[in-house]
Design a protein around this ligand. Structure first.
Ligand code: NAP
Length: 290
């Protein structure tokens, strides 16, 4: 009898017979427990658009900037202090035939964000995509946490996203279009011991995303969040090996993700293919928060 289920080829892996989908998963696990994010499409559907990506000098932000540029967007690479790294990202984008420019700014500073957005508008005349990615951690148990470690994480991760949306929303409202993608975290969805400041900032991002989505929807602007799990970047390199080892069993797909895994999800939510999706939180976490 014919069914709607696709046919799958089966192969021998060791002594266990698995279908091809399972085999691919095993292949992705072989690289030191780090997934090897794959590039999906290059249809250049973002040609003529301007995308601002905060914290794009390294890690997930860098992968997002490169991904959006590969789709034809002119990408504004924001960073805080790491100019050399930011220049590397611009060079990589330009070498691949893309367009990019650098704008340093501390996203936790309201006035600097206003200046950033004004400068971008002077240069490009429009902003179609905003990705609020800049973020930091200052981990510690709540009973020992310094006040400044709580404040700096909230200021960068949560207020930073507010600051940028505050100034970009006016522009998108006039354009009657735009896609905003905020980078949350599995820590904001589930909570994480030792990260009360970080989890609070990321849970805040989820509330900010949903409220802004409701406010801006009538003008066709979408606001969504991507909540990564453990992704291999400078941020997770800071974790002690013992912590990394303990995390792996909590990830159903059994490995850390790659920045490109997050970039693929952001690219979709920032594209017109996602025009009817708003206020959503997409977990890219190997199944941790299901
Ligand atoms: P990362 O490698 O540490 O890079 C952080 C980026 O943010 C850098 O580009 C940095 O710029 C920038 N930045 C930091 N503070 C800033 C500020 N005040 N103003 C402007 N830019 C600032 O971090 P990542 O792992 O790629 O994380 C990116 C985002 O994903 C963060 O929001 C993080 O919370 C979230 N996330 C990460 C993971 C993970 O496992 N890695 C998991 C869940 C969520 P400079 O280079 O100039 O310092």
């Amino acid at each position: 009898m014919k069914t709607d289920m696709p046919e799958v080829n089966t192969v021998e892996v060791g002594t266990v017979e698995m279908n091809m989908a399972e085999t691919n998963m095993v292949e992705r696990k072989t690289d030191n427990n780090i997934m090897t994010g794959t590039d999906r499409s290059t249809d250049r559907s973002m040609e003529g658009k301007t995308a601002v990506v905060t914290g794009a000098s390294r890690g997930i932000g860098k992968a997002i900037a490169k991904k959006l540029a590969s789709q034809g967007a002119c990408v504004v690479i924001n960073y805080r202090g790491n100019r050399d790294k930011a220049e590397e990202v611009r060079n990589e984008i330009e070498a691949a035939g893309g367009k990019a420019m650098l704008f340093p700014c501390d996203v936790s500073d309201f006035a600097q964000c206003e200046k950033l957005i004004k400068e971008v508008m002077k240069t490009t005349g429009r902003i179609d995509i905003l990705v609020n990615n800049a973020g930091i951690t200052r981990d510690g148990l709540i009973m020992n946490m310094k006040e400044e470690d709580f404040d700096s994480v909230i200021s960068t991760n949560l207020k930073g996203a507010f600051n940028c949306i505050r100034f970009v929303s006016r522009i998108m409202l006039k354009q009657r279009s735009g896609h905003i993608v905020n980078i949350a975290s599995v820590s904001g969805v589930m909570g994480n011991a030792g990260q009360t400041n970080y989890s609070a900032s990321k849970a805040g991002i989820i509330g900010l995303t949903k409220a802004a989505a409701r406010e801006l929807a009538s003008r066709g602007i979408t606001v969504n969040a991507v909540a990564p799990g453990f992704i291999k970047t400078d941020m997770t390199d800071l974790l002690p090996d013992k912590v990394k080892e303990n995390v792996i069993p909590q990830i159903p797909l059994g490995a850390f993700g790659a920045p490109e895994d997050v970039a693929n999800a952001v690219e979709f939510l920032a594209s017109d293919a996602a025009n009817y999706i708003t206020g959503q939180i997409l977990c890219v976490d190997g199944g941790m928060a299901m």
